[in-house]
Write a protein that binds this ligand. Structure first.
Ligand code: LLP
Length: 423
């Protein structure tokens, strides 16, 4: 459920009409609904009522805007981060270091040192090589790294291949059969405290089966480690829950069913569980509002050319996925069109032969369910400045990232000295 609903024939974000925001901030822009974010944060927490004291670590990569992270920190959420930049954001937004999980397959020595200095609560180690490097870094600083080993359970998440992370051929995690030996080695390494295991098999997962299989694998490993005399304190079950994008498709598994499965599968594990939800919390809490530049009749199809492009929202072309398109001020009737942006690539297409309310130049449309992996995956391709982000709460709204100016876009670059005028 979200708070982008028509009122008086006009699409609103909570109490704010989207056309008013468009007048104030220009188009395109991302608009987030605070009530929707809060609601999903609570829905997920409530779904895990059967789990004692879970650590809910919001996956910052889904939407790293500082206001979004702060809103979630106020809901008691920690943060799952995968870079120094994300760690800085989480700390800046007020997430206590103890509630930060540092994940990622390519942490640099510099990033691991920063994580140790900040005192993050958990570092998810993805290889034997990384464990040794972390040990040396921690020992040199007189620090102790709280480690979870990320397991690659060799489970197919049955999602898009580009966002599937739990198969043995994927770069992520440590093969399950190597975990017991690596854990034993870790307990003898200076600067390392072996705390737990972690797993994350992919994103936009629609069914429980693959998740349950991965968690069962983790449970079996915990039992093996305990049988070998080790102390296992925590298990991080990652993120990955899918959300509805296409109203014509059956909705992915609901958080409640996920929570019940988790409670059943993990009963008796005797560890503190952590979760890293991203998309589920912010996905349908955001829309990309864009204006129709013109409607163009091509040789074989009708194009609605928008002022947002693939550089602003890359998901449709990168993964071939569906985003609902709604007119901000719908007219009676339906019309078929192909929705494209202004970028000079045929891949700059949001939807082919999509039926919507009839649209004309100057109309506003909202690309729905763009709160996760939207603004954060944007680029300035075609030298198009990054678009603003607006957070709405009831009838209040704030620009939480202003539109990038052309001065900022060009000012970030330097002419090589030997190309300076007169040289
Ligand atoms: N934890 C780890 C270790 C992750 O790699 C991810 C996402 C998450 C948690 C959060 O997963 P979520 O709950 O959001 O599914 N750009 C793609 C999604 C990439 C997901 C990457 N990892 C997209 O637009 O669909």
């Amino acid at each position: 459920m979200d708070h982008f609903l028509p009122k008086g024939g006009l699409l609103h974000a909570e109490e704010v009409p989207l056309n008013r925001l468009a007048e104030e901030v220009g188009t395109p822009f991302y608009c987030y609904s605070a009530a929707t974010i809060t609601r999903h944060a609570r829905v997920f927490r409530d779904a895990l009522a059967g789990v004692a004291d879970p650590l809910l670590a919001y996956a910052v990569k889904a939407n790293p805007n500082l206001s979004v992270i702060r809103l979630l920190a106020r809901e008691g959420y920690g943060a799952d981060v995968v870079s120094e930049g994300e760690m800085r954001r989480a700390l800046e937004a007020g997430v206590p270091a103890a509630r930060i999980i540092f994940s990622g397959v390519g942490k640099t020595a510099g990033e691991m040192a920063q994580a140790l200095a900040a005192g993050v609560g958990q570092i998810n180690v993805e290889s034997e090589e990384e464990l040794h490097e972390l040990s040396a870094l921690a020992a040199a600083r007189g620090a102790t790294a709280p480690v979870a080993l990320r397991v690659n359970p060799d489970v197919d998440a049955r999602t898009h291949a580009k966002i599937s992370t739990g198969k043995s051929e994927n770069k992520f995690g440590i093969p399950a059969d190597r975990i017991p030996a690596l854990w034993a080695r870790g307990t003898g390494l200076p600067g390392i405290r072996m705390r737990g295991l972690a797993v994350h098999i992919g994103s936009q997962i629609a069914e429980l089966g693959p998740l349950e299989a991965a968690f069962a694998r983790l449970g079996a490993l915990i039992a093996d480690l305990r049988a070998a005399g080790h102390r296992v304190e925590s298990a991080d079950l990652g993120g990955g829950l899918g959300i509805p994008y296409d109203p014509a498709h059956p909705a992915p598994v609901a958080p409640d069913a996920y929570g019940a499965m988790v409670a059943r599968v993990t009963a008796g594990w005797g560890v503190r569980l952590a979760f890293e939800p991203g998309r589920l919390i912010v996905g349908n809490a955001g829309v990309l509002v864009t204006r129709v530049v013109r409607v163009k009749q091509g040789a074989t199809r009708r194009f609605v050319v928008l002022d947002a492009g693939m550089n602003d929202l890359i998901r449709p072309t990168l993964y071939g996925v569906y985003h609902d398109i709604r007119a901000v001020t719908p007219r009676p009737g339906r019309e078929l069109a192909t929705f494209v942006g202004p970028v000079c690539e045929t891949g700059d297409t949001f939807a082919e032969d999509r039926e919507t309310s009839p649209l004309a130049a100057g109309d506003l449309v909202a690309l729905m369910t763009a709160g996760a992996y939207g603004a954060t995956m944007a680029s300035t391709y075609n030298s198009r400045p990054l678009v603003p982000e607006v957070l709405v709460k009831g009838s209040q709204w704030a620009v939480v990232r202003p539109r990038q100016t052309y001065e900022e876009l060009l000012g970030a670059e330097r002419i090589a000295p030997w190309l300076e005028e007169g040289e």
